[in-house]
Design a protein around this ligand. Structure first.
Ligand code: ATP
Ligand code: MG
Ligand code: MG
Ligand code: MG
Length: 480
């Protein structure tokens, strides 16, 4: 079943059950705590917080999401994208656990001919929160899932809050057993690679008080009217229904891998140790190209901080991955074209904006290729010098020179060093950066005419390798 069909069936199922279909919000909302929308419930927060009254007590949507926290997983696990589509159904003080569980179950297991996904029910494993006897009883007695396939999990996995005082409550998640070739038996508690999480049902029934930590906070008592918030990963369901190994091989992303294979002359899935490293790069390209297109389409442009830096980082990783796979010509334009072709049936605005999206991505590629060309010679010299000195550590001053002269971000130097089997004296680098900053400050005081622009640039370069995850969402990544 193609992804567009999965999206349509989801919405049809919930519209038929009285939900109002709400279009996806932009990836960027006016919320200083959130870099990007990372869950389907985010645009509905004012309803859950009681700040606004929804027009209808039941809603359904397929929300565009970006989770920068998951970037390290991309290409390595079978199931993490930076951009993905979260399908959800929401009840604002209307129905509760019983209906939410039944709606999810029927969509997943109804035969394809009846509008469902036709998933074999014996492969599904629900989880419930430690003390949520009510949810367990619904799964066991009303849905008919055998007790041994229902697992109880703690706060970290199965309890949800917005991270601030407000609604909170237990979750029930649905996992799909991919079979013994994906890992060990024993349900999601034992192995989350074999048992892939596809849907999170959040039962907002309590109120969280002030204080506490992410996994341990005061719960004040029950809400007067509980809510439902659910999130199903479209890409994960597509992986299962298309019988492919991972989210990057589904109908929306595989074409980008194919484009990369054509442009680099490398084969995807060739096997062997080398082949594994190459496959990760292919998957990174596919994932990041799509995320970059979706971000640019939501008016983000590459920049030196915040959202713009996330985009820059994604585009640069694409360029590097393509080169490491053997591309000696620019590739970005073709990647963007492929993403737009696969994604525009669901997001027609992509086709309308195609030429400007392409131009933005290609300009960044050109600039980065120049940086790489200029700096690579010095980098190679640094590698040779390090080896000649019988060392495996590139000195802080070499890393600093690369950075100062060629604008090589330290994370790039670290990455390239690792590929050469070397490390970098990061402390030495950081000390030199600090020293330079002190000098610049003293200078600026002396002269009074500060180089405003340069100092912004410095600040960006100074941030170093923690940059990418350093400003992640305040709302926990475990939220729906
Ligand atoms: P995981 O434990 O696999 O990282 P999660 O618990 O962080 O997932 P939730 O926050 O519960 O995920 O999000 C709801 C649903 O969205 C998940 O059940 C999954 O289907 C989907 N999802 C979450 N993160 C991703 C991702 N990075 N890529 C693709 N789908 C995702
Ligand atoms: Mg999870
Ligand atoms: Mg979850
Ligand atoms: Mg996660």
């Amino acid at each position: 079943m193609q992804t567009h069909e999965i999206r349509k069936r989801f919405l049809d199922h919930f519209v038929a059950a009285g939900h109002t279909e709400i279009p996806s919000a932009s990836l960027v909302l006016d919320d200083p705590n959130l870099l990007f929308v990372n869950a389907g419930m985010v645009p509905f927060k004012p309803y859950f917080l009681g700040e606004r009254t929804p027009e209808s007590p039941r809603a359904t949507s397929i929300q565009k999401c970006v989770r920068t926290l998951d970037i390290e997983e991309v290409g390595i696990t079978t199931r993490h994208n930076t951009f993905f589509q979260m399908a959800g159904n929401f009840s604002f003080g209307d129905y509760f656990k019983r209906e939410a569980i039944a709606f999810a179950w029927s969509l997943l297991t109804n035969p394809v001919a009846d509008g469902g996904f036709g998933i074999d029910p014996t492969r599904l494993w629900p989880t419930v929160y430690l003390d949520d006897d009510e949810a367990e009883a619904i799964w066991r007695d009303e849905i008919g899932v055998p007790a041994e396939r229902i697992q109880r999990r703690g706060m970290k996995d199965n309890y949800w809050s917005m991270g601030v005082p407000g609604p909170c409550g237990p979750c029930s998640e649905i996992f799909y057993d991919r079979g013994p070739e994906y890992g060990v038996e024993g349900g999601p508690e034992a192995d989350e690679d074999r048992y892939i999480e596809i849907w999170n049902l959040v039962f907002m029934q309590n109120e969280r008080g002030e204080g506490g930590t992410k996994d341990d906070y005061p719960i004040l008592g029950p809400l007067p009217r509980p809510n439902i918030d659910t999130g199903m990963g479209i890409e994960r369901v597509a992986t299962i229904l298309q019988g492919v190994d991972n989210v990057y091989e589904t109908d929306l992303l595989k074409p980008v891998i194919d484009t990369a294979a054509r442009l680099t002359g490398r084969a995807y899935g060739a096997g062997g140790e080398d082949g594994h490293a190459a496959d990760v790069r292919f998957r990174v390209i596919a994932d990041h190209a799509r995320t970059a297109v979706m971000l640019i389409s939501d008016e983000i442009t590459p920049g030196n901080d915040g959202r713009g830096y996330v985009l820059r980082r994604l585009l640069r990783r694409i360029v590097r991955s393509a080169r490491l796979l053997g591309a000696d010509q620019p590739t970005m334009g073709d990647f963007v074209d492929t993403v737009i072709a696969t994604m525009s049936p669901s997001y027609p605005v992509l086709a309308e904006k195609a030429s400007s999206i392409r131009a933005t991505a290609v300009a960044e590629e050109q600039a980065f290729l120049r940086t790489l060309a200029d700096g690579s010679k010095l980098f190679d010299e640094a590698v040779t010098a390090t080896r000649d000195a019988g060392s495996t550590v590139i000195t802080g001053s070499k890393a600093f020179a690369l950075h100062d002269t060629y604008g090589f971000p330290i994370d790039l130097t670290l990455e390239m060093a690792a590929e050469a089997g070397l490390s970098v004296d990061e402390q030495g680098f950081t000390d030199l950066m600090a020293e330079q900053r002190r000098r610049a400050q003293a200078d600026a005081k002396g002269k009074k005419t500060g180089h405003a622009e340069e100092s912004v640039y410095r600040e960006f370069l100074d941030r170093g390798p923690t940059e990418f995850t350093g400003f992640d969402e305040l709302v926990s990544d475990a939220t729906v």
